[in-house]
Design a protein around this ligand. Structure first.
Ligand code: TYM
Length: 337
């Protein structure tokens, strides 16, 4: 069986980008009988960008409920919280010791902070923590702990998976002695939705504050967010450039190709943006409404979520604990068996 693994950082409310980029393809993959799936809540990653404990706790529940509402079957999928697996930060340290600092200097998230600081004219590492700097190493530990072959993610994560391969190769080379400890993982990207745009046309992202929430706030919040999608100022009757419109791209992520073609034709023929937004809302709502009901029921029952995660953590540790033991031996900090 091939192993599929992915995670979401528990620093905010799940949005449409998380859903189309990661959750939906991951759940589909997990339904194949030849796949062993590992889906998790990246709560140690959340500490990097969020110093609000209540927000992290709330996000943890929201993201767990989202996975389950979207169809994750915990009897088939190993579904857990990163911080319940102490072997992950332990592995992260081992990997840190074989990771070239020069490679981390090139990581997008770190470089973005440095660039911003240059633009502001302050010290380039101003406000940069070691957490942010080493973020890709912790992510490598997430993936390598379970030797995932495939990692369904949005385009923004590709670099992290390339770095994971690099780190895995280096570890195999140094300590493998002919044995390959780590599988080299591959990113799985759904081309059509690799980068879902947000309200303003930039990548939909918590950090840009341009997200459309997946379930939170119900249909009302969805409608209010869709109303805020930026469009040009052409009126009804005037032909719209569908391909240049991020509203159309969001529609496409939720529609079958015939529906998208029809929508494209109607935009070109000049339907008003108000009508277009209503149609987008209806299309998204048709997919989300049944899942939202489940989401709301789960959010009323956090104990059930905690139980599910506790069982998942046990399953995950059945793999992580012996593997970590092997890795400790391989680097020489435990006697060779
Ligand atoms: P995070 O929490 O930022 O995002 C979770 C997943 O959603 C995808 N995504 C998008 N896809 C398409 N369009 C968008 N606008 C969009 N916004 C977000 C992300 O690509 C991601 O797949 N570092 C990761 C979490 C993580 C992880 C891992 C993922 C930690 N360890 C191991 C895979 C494997 C992150 O912060 O994702």
């Amino acid at each position: 069986n091939s192993r599929v693994l992915t995670g979401i950082t528990t620093s905010g409310t799940p949005h449409l980008g998380n859903y189309v980029g990661a959750i939906r393809p991951a759940i589909t993959a997990s339904q194949s009988p030849t796949v062993d799936a590992f889906f998790f809540l990246a709560d140690y990653h959340a500490l990097i960008k969020c110093e609000d404990p209540e927000r992290i706790a709330r996000s943890r529940l929201e993201i767990a409920a989202t996975w389950l509402a979207c169809g994750l079957d915990p009897s088939r999928v190993t579904f857990y919280c990163q911080s319940d697996i102490p072997e992950i930060p332990e592995l992260s340290w081992m990997l840190t010791c074989v990771t070239a600092k020069g490679m981390m200097n090139r990581a997008h998230a770190y470089k973005a902070s440095v660039d911003q600081n240059h633009a502001k004219g302050v010290d380039e590492d101003d406000g940069v923590t070691m957490g942010l700097f080493s973020y890709p190493v912790l992510m490598a530990a997430d993936i390598l702990m379970f030797n995932a072959h495939h990692v369904p993610v949005g385009r923004d994560q590709i670099q992290h998976i390339e770095m994971t391969r690099d780190i895995a190769q280096r570890f195999n080379h140094l300590f493998g002695a002919g044995k390959e400890f780590f599988v080299l993982p591959e990113a799985v990207i759904a081309e059509e939705v690799a980068t879902l745009p947000g309200l303003d046309g930039r990548k939909m992202s918590k950090s840009y504050n341009n997200t459309i929430p997946l379930f939170e706030g119900g249909p009302k919040a969805l409608k209010a967010a869709v109303a805020r999608i930026v469009t040009d100022s052409l009126g009804p009757g005037e032909p719209k450039d569908a391909d240049a419109s991020h509203l159309y791209l969001i529609y496409k992520a939720f529609a079958r190709s015939e529906e998208s073609k029809a929508f494209h034709a109607d935009l070109t023929a000049g339907i008003g943006w108000g009508d277009a937004k209503q149609r987008l809302c209806d299309r998204i709502e048709a997919e989300l409404a049944p899942m939202r009901e489940k989401y709301e029921a789960l959010m009323q029952n956090p104990e059930q979520i905690e139980e599910t995660l506790a069982v998942g953590a046990q399953k995950a540790r059945q793999i992580a604990t012996p593997f970590m033991q092997t890795l400790r031996q391989s680097v020489g900090i435990r006697k060779l068996a």
